[in-house]
Write a protein that binds this ligand. Structure first.
Ligand code: GLU
Length: 304
């Protein structure tokens, strides 16, 4: 029997970095926006390290991220790690399997691609081959069954949109072929079970919200509100990331970088605060923060 979780009442937000490398300016934007929004709402702000993808994890990155956030002056109400929550993810996957809301899948990426090519289908969409059973093949991953595909989200920055999950991605993976839990599953469960009321993060994760809300609906769990800020891109228009050789954020000039982050987020910090120290800048940020001023764009040029 699935327990129905109550809607949380007090505001709670979070920043949820993956330890795949040091923080860059794009991650700082998400940290600043989620932090100031939580404080403005007189709510809590949690730091959640999303360390359940060992193939992508960089040794020492978790510590480095935490240290950098400290040096920037962030103060979190709780620090948690996804690797300590694996039992919870397993429990919910079992519930979904028991309810026939999820199923084992034997398809490899190559097989899915070939099938979609032959049938002139969108290559990124799972065609549902294993819904009817494995046909004697060995199970690789576990997928959620999309039964009610239309999901509507009213994003505080990006507006209202309805997305059809069957057309966009199809039954998506909740446990991967390499045995690790999928990002969608872990984030949806954590955001809900940890009582998050609003998720403020980069636009690169906008479409993931629809999958995450779907998972919550399937499990009768509360789903948070969303606000997706524009994602920082480099001079070539490519999202800042480790792969795109994004620079780490400098801690020696934290006040200048934080000033730039506030500016990118549309907050118009006064020029004289650029090198006036972190304390003053945070005070200004807390007093003047207005989520409505964030540009309603998908990308923003990174100044660093
Ligand atoms: N861990 C994800 C990342 O670092 C972000 C998760 C989220 O904010 O939902 O890209």
């Amino acid at each position: 029997m699935i327990k129905i979780h109550k809607q949380p009442t007090a505001y709670r937000g979070r920043f949820a970095p993956s330890p795949s490398g040091p923080l860059h300016f794009g991650s700082l934007l998400a940290a600043v926006a989620s932090y100031l929004q939580a404080r403005k709402m007189k709510g809590e702000w949690w730091l959640r390290i999303e360390d359940i993808d060992p193939p992508r994890e960089v040794k020492g990155a978790s510590k480095h991220i935490i240290q950098t956030l400290k040096l920037y002056g962030f103060e979190w109400d709780r620090l948690c790690y996804q690797h300590q929550r694996l039992d919870i993810y397993s429990k919910y996957i079992n519930m979904l399997l028991d309810n026939k809301a999820a199923y084992f899948c034997a398809c490899s990426r190559q097989e899915i691609k070939r099938y979609n090519q032959q049938h002139a289908r969108n290559l990124a969409v799972y065609p549902g081959t294993c819904r009817a059973g494995l046909n004697g093949k060995k199970a690789r991953s576990i997928r959620i069954k999309i039964q009610h595909p239309d999901i509507t989200i009213t994003d505080a920055i990006q507006g209202r949109r309805c997305l059809n999950l069957t057309e966009k991605i199809g039954d998506f993976v909740i446990k991967r072929a390499d045995g690790f839990f999928s990002y969608q599953l872990a984030v949806a469960l954590d955001d809900s079970l940890q009582g998050m009321t609003e998720i403020v993060r980069g636009y690169d994760l906008y479409e993931s919200s629809f999958s995450q809300r779907y998972l919550c609906q399937q499990l009768n769990l509360h789903s948070p509100d969303y606000a997706h800020i524009p994602v920082a891109v480099n001079a070539q228009g490519i999202k800042l990331s480790k792969q795109a050789a994004a620079k780490d954020i400098a801690t020696e000039i934290a006040d200048k970088t934080l000033w730039q982050a506030l500016k990118c987020l549309g907050q118009q910090p006064p020029e004289q605060l650029k090198s006036g120290g972190l304390k003053q800048l945070w005070q200004w940020g807390l007093k003047h923060w207005d989520i409505q001023k964030i540009p309603r764009e998908q990308t923003i040029n990174s100044p660093v």
